[in-house]
Design a protein. Structure first.
Length: 238
């Protein structure tokens, strides 16, 4: 089954072109790195997939559904780049709220929250207000809510932002553990070494268009790193 699809998608904000005739399709089970320089259209793709914006032209589908259909967001986890947490809410209450939105309740919800607190090393912070957390701890809290309920579709926008080296390694482990034949992952990041470690497909956007797309090994030329390939492709598309 195709998990994510953009067909002939263009998006304009006034006179600014954010995306121009983008065609992408990824099957269930893919782990996709969504890459590009600043302003290339990465966040716009995520906003369209999440139903936060409508395409100017073309169509977007999540598992065959329109993103504006609430059913399309069942089993979806999302970590935004600009994480805004309710400052006066405790971490546990925040996770209980998101677990409820994910369809968990009762003992299942309590077990799920306990498990994700342990997994993200936040157990000793569960009673603290979110506004008191450091940037790195807040990012862990964001990861916790995104992973809660074992989502089958996980969208991560700059997931290692604010994390120290230990946190980056933990995040890599969480992302690896979230992969599977029924799970689809999209990672939007400028940290290409991490993308190369956790993703099997990459999409490189430049100027709102797809400059390259495919399995990592088909995008990277012999002997190149993903970073080298990225620079070559983006400069070639300029």
């Amino acid at each position: 089954m195709i998990a994510l699809e953009l067909a002939g998608v263009s998006k304009r904000y006034g006179t600014r072109r954010a995306l121009d005739r983008v065609d992408l399709a990824f099957p269930t089970g893919a782990a996709v790195g969504l890459l590009g320089p600043n302003g290339a259209g990465k966040t716009t793709v995520l906003r369209l997939l999440l139903g936060f914006a409508r395409p100017t032209l073309g169509s977007v589908r999540l598992r065959g559904r329109n993103p504006f259909d609430p059913a399309s967001r069942e089993g979806l986890g999302y970590l935004p780049e600009r994480l805004r947490l309710p400052a006066r809410t405790t971490l546990r209450a925040f996770l209980e709220l998101h677990g409820g939105l994910a369809g968990l309740s009762g003992a299942e919800l309590a077990r799920g929250v306990d498990a994700i607190l342990d997994r993200t090393a936040l157990r000793d912070r569960e009673g603290e207000q979110l506004g008191s957390l450091s940037k790195g701890l807040a990012q862990r809290a964001g990861f916790a809510q995104a992973l809660l309920g074992d989502p089958e579709l996980l969208l991560l926008d700059e997931p290692t932002s604010g994390l120290d080296p230990l946190g980056v390694r933990d995040a890599r482990d969480w992302i690896h553990a979230a992969r599977g034949p029924r799970h689809t992952l999209v990672v939007c990041s400028h940290v290409l070494t991490e993308v190369e470690r956790v993703c099997d497909h990459v999409v490189i956007l430049s100027g709102g268009r797809v400059a390259a797309s495919g399995p990592v090994e088909s995008v990277v030329a012999g002997g190149e790193s993903l970073e080298d390939a990225f620079v070559r492709i983006v400069r070639g598309a300029a």
